[in-house]
Design a protein around this ligand. Structure first.
Ligand SMILES: NC(=O)c1ccc[n+]([C@@H]2O[C@H](COP(=O)([O-])OP(=O)(O)OC[C@H]3O[C@@H](n4cnc5c(N)ncnc54)[C@H](O)[C@@H]3O)[C@@H](O)[C@H]2O)c1
Ligand SMILES: O=C(O)[C@H]1O[C@H](OP(=O)(O)OP(=O)(O)OC[C@H]2O[C@@H](n3ccc(=O)[nH]c3=O)[C@H](O)[C@@H]2O)[C@H](O)[C@@H](O)[C@@H]1O
Length: 388
């Protein structure tokens, strides 16, 4: 239950504030709203075009926090109410974006508009009205590692200097323009530069968050159940869908890319520290990830298969994975980040934050949720005769 006597990292009482959260109806937004309602006295003006993932917080109206959350169905591309909401708030958190890789090379214009053009008014209103901004960028701004350009057998590939991703030192390395995969990363990079420049030239108080593969319940959708049948969500939902339907998990180009996965609930703790500690968070770019949870996509598939068998009680498939080319899976123009390990020095120093949950444990709680939420609906969808 929320308590009024919460203290910041310097021992001062935290004053309740009003937060304009754009993209509050998405995966991260839903977890952040939950946290803010359950553990703080902050008020949320939740802006999104959808509210399914936060409906449990909005209805019934008898929740203890009911007077602290308001939903505003607004498309920020064209709605004059946005500036008024930013003005009403002490802080704006901007999460709105197209952020599924299947869109980057197939809908590059929508991707660039969503991640750059549509964020411009948000930055402008915050700057003009002297409002603080926490903007969600991505670890994809690092692109590929320096080490990926070394010969495959070079011992330097093992040296962290060639792969560890540091906010204030690592370059942003993208592929050629035909590799439209990088449309998202490039748009995010440019909005980061604009926000940084607003800070430098106009005094905007900002924090930029670079999430490294946050995963957990409510991430994306299961195709044909709560999203389009032909849709391609991010890897957690793709693999969950395969496991629920008892199909082999598809490994793009052999599943050799490496990622570090962090549990959404750990990551949300970091965001709350940023919200509550402006003096320590303003002016910073933060990596938020779990360097201890590294796996290749193939290893992730194997672990998810094992965990799902445990939580569902169903035996694994004899052939649990199948290789597929990136061209077949994502289409022309796909490219990939080879390896993503966040350096944690800055977030450790400023906010003392560390992730806690192991990959196995986070997959166990997430796949338990996926099974409970979707297994029955999938069974019914599979059993339904196809209309002739
Ligand atoms: N989940 C991750 O691990 C991760 C990693 C890196 C970066 N990010 C960034 O974090 C942010 C949130 O990611 P998420 O995983 O919650 O994604 P999400 O797709 O679940 O949430 C984004 C939300 O923004 C809303 N939105 C998009 N365009 C909008 C518009 N024009 N007007 C109003 N609402 C709009 C969507 O409806 C959606 O609810 C994004 O900016 C994303 O790039 C997330
Ligand atoms: O989550 C993040 O930190 C960022 O990275 C993601 O990018 P990526 O990790 O490449 O996206 P996923 O869809 O989660 O894919 C991870 C890896 O799994 C592979 N994959 C995906 C799906 C699948 O069915 N099979 C498969 O092998 C992809 O090719 C990729 O190598 C997205 O760009 C963003 O949501 C975000 O900015």
């Amino acid at each position: 239950m929320a308590s009024a006597a919460r203290l910041d990292l310097d021992g001062n009482a935290i004053k309740p504030m009003t937060i304009c959260m754009i993209g509050a109806g998405g995966f991260i937004g839903s977890h952040l709203c939950e946290k803010l309602m359950a553990e703080t006295m902050h008020k949320v003006l939740a802006v999104d075009v959808y509210n399914d993932k936060i409906r449990h917080l909005l209805e019934p109206a008898a929740h203890p926090w009911s007077d602290r959350i308001q939903f505003h169905r607004i498309n920020i591309k064209h709605d004059s109410r946005l500036e008024g909401l930013i003005k009403m708030a002490d802080l704006t958190v901007n999460l709105a974006a197209i952020c599924t890789p299947a869109d980057y090379n197939t809908r590059p214009l929508d991707t660039i508009y969503s991640n750059f053009i549509d964020a411009l008014p948000v930055v402008k209103y915050c700057s003009e009205n002297n409002k603080r901004l926490i903007h969600f960028s991505t670890c994809e701004v690092y692109g590929k590692t320096i080490g990926s350009f070394l010969p495959k057998d070079s011992p330097l590939r093992q040296d962290p200097a060639y792969y560890l991703l540091k906010e204030d030192a690592s370059p942003c390395i993208f592929g050629s323009i035909e590799k439209q995969r990088w449309s998202y990363a490039c748009a995010k990079q440019l909005i980061e530069r604009l926000i940084y420049a607003e800070g430098a030239e106009n005094g905007l108080e900002f924090t930029i968050v670079r999430p490294f593969n946050w995963i957990g319940p409510r991430m994306d959708f299961i195709p044909g159940i709560d999203g389009p049948s032909e849709g391609v969500p991010r890897v957690l939902a793709c693999f969950s869908n395969n496991l629920l339907r008892r199909e082999p998990l598809k490994l793009v180009d052999g599943g050799q890319s490496q990622r570090t996965f962090v549990y959404i609930k750990d990551a949300i703790e970091a965001v709350l520290l940023m919200i509550d500690n402006p003096g320590r968070a303003n002016g910073h770019i933060f990596n938020v990830g779990n360097p201890n949870n590294e796996a290749t996509v193939k290893q992730l598939a194997e672990m998810m298969t094992e965990v799902y068998a445990k939580v569902s009680g169903e035996p694994s498939l004899e052939v649990p994975t199948v290789d597929v080319s990136s061209k077949e899976f994502y289409g022309e123009g796909y490219d990939d980040s080879d390896k993503r390990i966040p350096d944690m020095t800055i977030i450790n120093k400023q906010l003392g934050w560390n992730p806690k949950t192991s990959l196995w444990d986070l997959l166990e709680s997430t796949l338990t949720y996926q099974h409970r939420t979707y297994a029955e609906a999938i069974k019914q969808a599979i059993a339904k005769p196809v209309a002739s």
